[in-house]
Design a binder for this molecule. Structure first.
Ligand code: NAP
Length: 254
């Protein structure tokens, strides 16, 4: 029991989580904090709710205001974390958006907006954090991928491209950085109850189709995601590189 606790212990670790104000990002920030990590929460909306949940765990909390639709704030995120928390051991690239339209009508604006936030900013934040982690000789990166890293989906071309790309970048960075002590992996959430899926859940037919295909028989909640994140952030995953771990209630198994 002591060995198991020790393997997943994140006390003394410092984690940057993007999009930590709500949904999956908030669930991950709280789970990492429960395991002992201090949290730098990065985003464009108020982090008050996440701050309260994280501080309840007795760890430090830093809010970094950043709009990740461009890579302009990337340098500041790493600098602020190092200056205020004294390190950067874990990076969770979670911030993401989705735009829905038929491929035949899809606009360049909807293409660029999703690719810029979900893929370009995630890569350049990984690069900035990676420079620090490689120098330190250790680090853990977790990209929030999707079932659309494995499947095509419908009416979300830029989202599917971004999440398939993120899975590819996860593998590329793992190949480049595994020998330098940095683990790069991804989590692919299935269907979770968050702002991202409001439109799907409000469409009765789509909602019923989705539920019928999930072996677990329910949508995921933000508390379902933290365990996988703690695993990939901890010593327990030291020999795990370049994997995309589905947390999907069995969706991909069907
Ligand atoms: P969400 O509640 O909409 O959360 C998205 C997060 O990303 C929010 O914190 C949002 O901030 C942030 N974000 C978006 N654009 C940003 C920008 N330009 N700058 C900074 N932050 C930005 O949805 P979610 O489901 O928790 O999504 C989290 C991640 O999980 C996303 O990458 C999503 O693609 C992925 N995912 C979700 C599901 C699912 O079923 N929900 C499934 C697979 C993958 P604001 O609140 O300020 O907009």
């Amino acid at each position: 029991m002591i060995i198991v606790t020790h393997m997943f212990d994140l006390s003394t670790k410092i984690a940057v989580v993007t999009g930590a104000n709500t949904g999956i990002g908030q669930g991950i920030a709280v789970a990492l904090a429960e395991a002992g990590a201090s949290i730098a929460a990065v985003g464009r909306s108020s982090m008050d709710e996440t701050r309260a949940l994280v501080e309840k765990c007795g760890v430090r909390f830093l809010e970094i205001k950043a709009d990740l639709s461009s890579i302009a704030p990337i340098g500041t995120i790493v600098e602020e974390t190092l200056k205020n928390l004294g390190g950067l051991d874990i990076l969770v690239n979670n911030a993401g958006i989705i735009r829905r339209n038929d491929a035949i009508d899809f606009t360049e604006e909807d293409w660029d907006a999703v690719i810029d936030t979900n893929l370009k900013s995630a890569f350049f934040l990984s690069q900035a954090a990676g420079r620090h982690m490689i120098k330190a000789g250790h680090g853990k990166m977790i990209n929030i991928a999707s079932l659309l890293s494995f499947q095509g989906g419908i009416r979300i071309p830029s989202y599917t491209a971004s999440k398939s790309g993120l899975a590819g970048i996860t593998r590329l960075l793992a190949c480049e950085w595994a020998a330098k002590g940095v683990n790069v992996n991804a989590i692919a959430p299935g269907y979770f109850v968050t702002n991202n899926t409001t439109a799907l859940r409000e469409d009765q037919d789509r909602n019923a189709q989705i539920l019928a295909r999930i072996p677990a028989g329910r949508w995921g909640s933000s508390s379902d995601i933290g365990g996988a994140a703690v695993f990939l952030a901890s010593r327990a995953s030291d020999y795990v590189h370049g994997t995309v771990l589905p947390v999907d209630g069995g969706w991909l198994a069907r």
